[in-house]
Write a protein that binds this ligand. Structure first.
Ligand code: GAR
Length: 186
């Protein structure tokens, strides 16, 4: 399976699900690096706990997005990374990484795209009052949560219970991401 890096900015529950799937043989691939733009993100602790190397970079320490991504690219090339797996990475991917990994960057988003792109998709869906939302896995292009869709899964909104809906979406994410990567890489 391919050598891949996971990009994350938050809790890293998707990283954990993917890592666990590799460990238990449900996904064939090698998680060789976690990249984050947030020093205090819990995903760093998760990566350290399982012995996956981390790269923590502060975008504001770089004069341009290109310079920031060049630094990431250097590490990715050193480790011979073949695929980028975005899992709650809350930054737009720029040209340096898009050009280096054409059609080799995957993202997960907690809505049925093209509905509710961007931040807090679950909150957006609940606010809008939709009865069904879901999860999308897609290839990354220069847009915000655009790019060819690989898989989707619908989740019913539990009226008056935001927490239940959120829990269900996250559980679906963990299953759908593993399944989609497994298909993509086999
Ligand atoms: C996930 O719900 C993911 O779909 C979302 O961030 C969360 C990260 O959770 N991504 C986006 O909203 C991308 N636009 P995690 O850190 O526990 O994996």
């Amino acid at each position: 399976g391919p050598r891949f890096a996971v990009f994350a900015s938050g809790s890293g529950s998707n990283f954990q699900a993917i890592y666990d799937a590799v460990r238990t043989g449900r996904l064939i691939g090698e998680p060789v690096l976690v990249v984050t733009n947030k020093q205090d993100a819990y995903v760093v602790k998760r990566a350290e706990a399982v012995g996956v190397e981390t790269l923590v970079l502060k975008p504001t320490s770089y004069s341009t997005k290109d310079a920031y991504e060049q630094e990431i690219l250097k590490k990715l090339q050193e480790l011979q990374v073949e695929w980028l797996v975005l899992a709650g990475y809350m930054r737009l991917v720029g040209n340096i990484l898009l050009d280096a990994f054409p059609n080799r960057i995957v993202n997960i988003h907690p809505s049925l795209l093209p509905a509710f792109p961007g931040k807090d998709a679950i909150g957006q869906a609940l606010k809008h009052g939709v009865k069904v939302t879901g999860v999308t896995v897609h290839l990354v292009d220069a847009g915000m949560d655009t790019g060819p869709i690989l898989s989707q899964y619908a989740v019913e909104v539990v009226a008056e219970d935001r927490e239940k809906t959120e829990e269900r979406i996250h559980a679906v994410e963990h299953e759908l991401y593993v399944k989609t990567l497994q298909q993509l890489w086999s």
